[in-house]
Design a protein around this ligand. Sequence first.
Ligand code: BF8
Length: 625
Amino acid sequence: MDQEKRNRRSVDPATLVMLARAEKEGLETAWDRHDRQEPQCGFGLLGVCCRNCNMGPCRIDPFGGEPQKGVCGAGADTIVARNLLRAIAAGAAAHSDHGRDIVETLLHAATGQAPDYQIKDRDKLMALAAELSIEHEGRSDQEIAADIAAAALEEFGMRKGTLAFLNRLPAQRRELWSKLGITPRGIDREIVEVMHRTHIGVDNDHVNLILHGLRTALSDGWGGSMWATELSDVLFGTPRPVEGVSNLGVLKEDQVNIIVHGHEPTLSEMIVAAARDPELLELAQAKGARGISISGMCCTGNELLMRHGVPVAGNFLQQELAIITGAVEAMIVDVQCIMPALTGLAACYHTEIISTSPKARFPGAKHVPFEEKSALKIAKDIVRLAVENYANRNPERVFIPEEKMKFMAGFSVEAILSALGGTLDPLLDAIKDGSIKGIAAIVGCNNPKVTHDYGHITLTEELIKKDVLVVETGCTAIASAKKGLLLPEAAQQAGPGLRAVCEALKIPPVLHMGSCVDISRILVVAAAVANALGVDTSELPLAGAAPEWMSEKAVSIGTYVIGSGIYTVLGTVPPVLGSENVAALLTGRASEVIGAAFAVESDPLKAAALIMDHLENKRAKLGLP
Ligand code: BF8
C-alpha cells in the first residue's frame, strides 16, 4: 500500500507504524476488511432494508422507483425508524446489562458472596443512600449497600414508578418528558417494548416509534449507565485526578504484557490486584521477565486509568495492532467492542486471547469463566497463564512502537467539584463572563470509514482554541490522551479565557470523565449546571459530538443526549437517510419537540463551527456576552 493511502487510515503515529508492520507481516486489520466491504450495501447505509419477518427481506428503492413498500406494506419511514429503534435497544441493553452486572456485584459484595470486593467509597455510598431515601442511621455499610443494590435492581425489571436519578434533572425537563410520554419506566421494559413495537404489524408511525426510542435511550443514560457509574465508584472508588501513560509504547519489551480489553471493571480490577501478587511476580522473574505490566484497551482501559492511572495501550482500532507487536502474552476480554478477528490474529503469535464472560465466547480463545465469588483466585490463575506464556514469546518478532504520551485523567463529577473548590460557582462564573464559551462533550468510537483519531483530535483542538471546555469519555478520550491534550500544559493551546481558567485550577482543557457508561457523569454535570442557573438543560451552552462513532451503544448515547436537551453532532452518517421524514425529524423538528436535535457533519472543522454557532446562540438567549 502506498504511504499516502496508509496515512489516510490514521493520524496516530503509533498506529501508522503498526499498520506498516501488519502489511510487512501479511496480516489484515479492520481497515483492510473495511476496504474489502466497499462498496457497502446502499440499502443498509440508508436504513431501508427490513429483515423483521420472513416474508422479507424487503427493501425500498431510495430513488422513488419500485418497490416503495415491503411485503407487509411498511414504507421507508416505518422501516428506517424501526431499524433505528432496534439499534437504540441494542445499545441501551449493552450499557444497562453491564450496569446490572455491577449492581449484582455490589449486592454480592454486601451479602458476603463476593468476598474479594469491598466498598471503596463510603461517602458515595452514604450520598446515594440519602438520595434514594434509604435508612442509614445505625446500619452497616453492607446493609445499606444491599438496599441500594436492591433498589437499583428494581429499576431494571419491575418498576412501577420511574427512575430514581431523574430527580437530578431540572423540573422543566421532567415535565417535558412527562408531557411527551417519554419518561422512562423500567430499564428492561423499554428495551423489551422496542422489540415488541418493531415486530411486524405493531408500531408503524415513525414519530411514535422515535418517541419510544428516546424513552429507551433515556433509560440507558439516566438508568443503566448511571447505575453502572455510581456503583462502580462505590465498589472501586470514585476517580480523582491521576496521571498515566497512553499508546502502544506502554507495552514493555522485558516484561509480561497483559492487556485487559472490554468494558466491565469487575474483572480488570482483580487482574490489577493479581499482578501485584509476590508469588506471580517471582514466577515472572523466574521466566526471565522483569515484571508484569498491565495495560488497558478501550473502556476497560478507561475504567482502570480513571481509578489507578493504569497505562492505556490504545482505543478501539488499535486492539489488533497491540497483538501485532508480538509482545502481548495475554489479552483478557470480557464484553463489548472486542473484534472477533482477534483470535485469528493471535494465532499468528504466542498471544493468548482469554475470554471470561458467559455472554461472550470467542472461538479460538481460551475460556476462563469469571465468577465473583472467587474473583481474585481466578484473576491470579489468568495472570499465571500469561506469565507462563512469556516463555513462548519470540523476541525476534517483537516490535513495540516508541510512541507514548503522559495524561491526566480521573475527572469524576466529585473530582471536578473538588478542583473548583467544592462548588460549581467558578465554572458558572467563567461561563457567565465568557471566559468559557460553553462545554462540549466529545465521545464515542473509532471507525475505519474515517481517519482514525482525526475527527476526535481536530474537533477537540478546534474547540479548546475557541474557549470551549471539552469533556470526553471512551475512545475519544484515549485519542486525546495519546495527543497530549489531557495534560495541564495543553492549556497553552486553548483560547485565552479557557487557558486562564485551566492554569488557575491546574487542570487540562480537556477533561477525561471515564468510559462510555460514564457519559452519565456528563449528564449529571449538565443537570447540575441547569439547576444552578434555574433553566432547562436545553437552554445551556452545551453540545455533544461523536466524530467517529460506530457502535449501537453510540446510537443510544446520541439519542439520550438529545433527549436530555443537548444538541449533538455526529461525524459518521447514521443509517436513516432512506427516510426523509425520519432524517428531518432527527435533525430538525426534534428541536421543537425536545429542545435538541442531531446534526451530521463529517468534517470536524465544520462540526466545530456548528457547535460554536450553537453555543453562541444559547449564550445570546441567556443574555450572556
Ligand atoms: O463503550 S467508544 S468503540 S470502547 S462503544 Fe467501544 Fe465505542 Fe470505544 Fe467503550 Ni464506547
